[in-house]
Design a binder for this molecule. Structure first.
Ligand code: AMP
Ligand code: MG
Length: 453
């Protein structure tokens, strides 16, 4: 383990010392051995694991006390200055095997000065959902935070969106930073120029060490590229984040904070995830535009310490970068080689997405069926999706696909792994009814998230 506590360099204006909740029980439900290996924590006994990630005994050489991080944010476009870690804290900072500076942060670890009316807790179902989301996104190649540990904590919680009382848990996530766009927004709101300068240098130094332009615009450009990349990978995965508030946007572009997300079984631009998103603000098809809006507000904070012009120039690369990332990720998922003409490839991506939306063919099945391109046609026409693979629009699409060569040898692909709303309900039911975790574990195996036994 390589502890490397750096957060104190930002100074005490960025956090509050807090105490973890004292839980009546700590039952280990999930430990991410793969992630633990990357930070050298895989050898802990289960008892040690629980002592650190359920009772929050400090890790050796790490933060002596947890820190609730301060931030603001735009929530559904309304500015909220009353945010901050209300049910989580930064527990530790450490280097991984690639020498990246990572955080262990919590969700559901007790109340803090930012809890407002909340209980500071996470429901077990919420924890299970976050473990599943991160595992599946990772398997799909999305740059995501990792769920590191899930421990059930033996309390009964009241929630309006779950049958209550409902069980409690504490999640630990391993993240490439917990600095949010909202962290910058808070410093800007307070017109804290020194704070903004400190944040900018901190992020460049620890999260973008390869960026040579050490100005606020240099940082913004890097965040724009990383965020464009992430949102493009959501679009290919059919993932609806659901709550793209600026306090849920990581400065490293890493996708995180999974509440009411959805993996859409078929492509639907208007598909929302949060039941309270009545206007469809964060609907699937709007995600790139929302990311751009969020980035423009990050740029607005940096305007306190920079000229506008270089910031605008950094923002403007978003569409180009997004389009290229969308092309690359879509082609990778289909196992085909892009051409030299980005414009033609993008036309093909658009034609594909249009057809997928019009036909309502199963998305995960589609990617499996046409993996390796047109060579896969024969087997595709026998798949569970076969009824969708006909008609004029489909034939036109198939003709376009013929222009692309397989970049990989076609192999016998297993059936598609899905993580639809129904899949999650199905594996949650036995946990809720008889504490039977076998389907949850089976799903993680299916996703490839667990080391083989
Ligand atoms: P989220 O929607 O999870 O991103 O949370 C938005 C804000 O509400 C953050 O400041 C959270 O810390 C806070 N929050 C959410 N749930 C709770 C809770 N049960 N208790 C205290 N604060 C919470
Ligand atoms: Mg959040």
């Amino acid at each position: 383990m390589r502890p490397d506590v750096r957060i104190s360099e930002l100074g005490p204006a960025f956090y509050d010392l807090v105490k973890p909740a004292d839980f009546p029980k700590t039952i280990l439900r999930y430990r991410n051995q793969k992630a633990a290996e990357t930070v050298g924590i895989n050898k802990f006994s289960d008892d040690d694991w629980i002592a650190h990630f359920g009772q929050f005994k400090p890790l050796e050489g790490n933060l002596p006390e947890p820190l609730a991080l301060r931030y603001h944010g735009h929530q559904f476009r309304h500015y909220n200055p009353d945010l901050g870690d209300g049910r989580g804290f930064l527990f530790a900072q450490l280097r991984d095997d690639k020498n990246r500076l990572l955080d262990l942060g919590t969700k559901g670890s007790g109340q803090t000065p930012y809890s407002r009316a909340g209980d500071g807790r996470l429901t077990l179902l919420g924890g299970v959902r976050e473990v599943l989301a991160t595992s599946y996104l990772e398997a799909l190649g999305v740059n995501t935070s990792k769920s590191f540990s899930l421990i059930e904590t033996g309390e009964q919680l009241q929630r309006s969106d779950e049958p209550s009382p409902t069980r409690s848990a504490v999640l630990v996530r391993l993240s490439h930073s917990h600095i949010r766009f909202g962290t910058f927004q808070r410093a800007a709101f307070e017109d804290n120029k020194e704070g903004l300068e400190a944040l900018t240098s901190y992020c460049l130094k620890y999260y973008y060490p390869d960026v040579e332009d050490l100005t606020p615009a240099g940082l913004l450009g890097a965040v724009v590229r990383a965020s464009a990349d992430t949102v493009a990978s959501w679009m290919v995965a059919g993932f609806v984040h659901g709550v793209m508030n600026t306090d849920n946007m990581n400065i490293t572009g890493e996708s995180f904070d999974y509440g009411p997300y959805r993996f859409s079984p078929t492509l639907q631009a208007g598909r929302t995830a949060a039941y309270f998103d009545h206007q469809g603000l964060y609907a699937f098809g709007r995600q790139p535009e929302i990311m751009y809006w969020n980035l423009s507000h990050l740029a607005g904070t940096l305007a306190h310490i920079s000229e506008d012009k270089p910031l605008l120039a950094a923002l403007e690369v978003f569409p180009q970068h997004y389009q290229k990332a969308l092309r690359d990720k879509f082609f990778t998922r289909l196992g085909i080689t892009p051409s030299a003409a980005l414009k033609n490839d993008l036309d093909f991506v658009m034609q594909s997405l249009k057809w997928l939306e019009a036909s309502q063919a199963g998305l995960a099945q589609f990617y499996v069926d046409f993996y390796g391109g047109v060579n896969s046609k024969k087997s595709a026409l026998k798949s569970a999706n076969k009824a969708f693979y006909q008609g004029e629009a489909f034939n036109e699409w198939l003709n376009s696909l013929k222009h692309y060569e397989a970049c990989t040898r076609q192999s016998d692909q297993p059936g598609p792994v899905t993580l639809n709303h129904d899949d999650i309900e199905t594996l949650w039911a036995p946990i809720a009814e008889k504490d039977d975790w076998s389907m949850f574990v089976a799903k993680l195996h299916e996703i490839g998230a667990l080391n083989p036994e």
